[in-house]
Design a protein around this ligand. Structure first.
Ligand code: SAH
Length: 229
């Protein structure tokens, strides 16, 4: 880290927020979103994204694009993290489930905003790296588990919101079941290795489900095999 100046993260995050605002404006006709909530922007401005990318490519930490984190996986693009966080409408006191811990970055952004984040990661090595990374940065309200997130995390259900950060061919029914009435599920749905549709699914107070399409996106696919690599 010695190659990087002390204010590297701070300056990088200012540029990153400007790029997020640009992309929000460019996608406004599709998302219908004019602005991000101040609390989402504050969380993105606070979490040290540079700590979640591999050291070798730390110079890419604030680029508005995904970055490889090994194991054929990526830390999602900052704009997408901001958008998905906003769609979840997180509030203090809530409990959120994330499927696809990856680097732990999205979990950290959520941890700034809610009481507790539970995050499931299918690749053992990533789960085992993300947990101490989050703890080391002081995110004591994130718990990471190695497992198949398509089953959710029933022990802590129901959730105030669920966020899936890999593309599913269809919405996994356990995730809908594990939503509280009034809760939201944000999930990219579509064929693997193609464009997908970012969906916002809401469970209403009467248990009814509604779904809307937010944006065309490109995520790495959800996998179903527990992987050790
Ligand atoms: N939220 C992450 C983005 C990671 S990319 C971040 O902020 O860095 C998507 C992640 O989902 C990958 O780490 C991948 O291994 C994981 N994943 C894929 N299928 C999964 C499944 N069925 N259950 C849990 N995690 C899964």
């Amino acid at each position: 880290m010695s190659r990087f100046p002390d204010d590297y993260g701070k300056g990088g995050r200012v540029r990153m927020l400007a790029d997020i605002a640009d992309e929000l404006a460019a996608t406004r006709w599709e998302t219908g979103l004019d602005a991000l909530a101040p609390c989402v922007l504050a969380a993105m401005a606070t979490v040290p994204r540079e700590a979640f990318v591999p050291e070798e490519v730390r110079y890419l930490a604030f680029r508005n694009g995904p970055v490889g984190i090994g194991h054929s996986q990526t830390i999602s693009q900052p704009f997408i993290v901001a958008l998905m966080t906003q769609l979840l409408a997180p509030r203090a006191g809530q409990t959120i489930l994330e499927v696809g811990t990856g680097s732990g970055y999205q979990a950290a952004v959520l941890a700034q905003l809610v009481r507790q984040v539970f995050s499931v990661e299918i690749i053992a090595a990533l789960a085992h790296e993300a947990a101490p990374r989050l703890a080391g940065l002081g995110y004591a309200n994130v718990e990471v588990r190695h497992g198949d997130g398509c089953e959710g995390w029933p022990e802590h259900a129901p959730y105030d919101g669920i966020i899936v950060t890999a593309a599913a061919p269809a919405v996994p029914p356990p995730l809908v079941e594990q939503l509280k009435p009034g809760a939201r599920l944000v999930i990219p749905v579509g064929l693997n290795h193609a464009f997908q549709t970012l969906k916002l699914i809401e469970k209403h107070a009467d248990g009814g489900i509604s779904s809307s399409n937010v944006l065309t996106v490109a995520f790495v696919p959800l996998t179903r095999d527990l992987r050790d690599d």
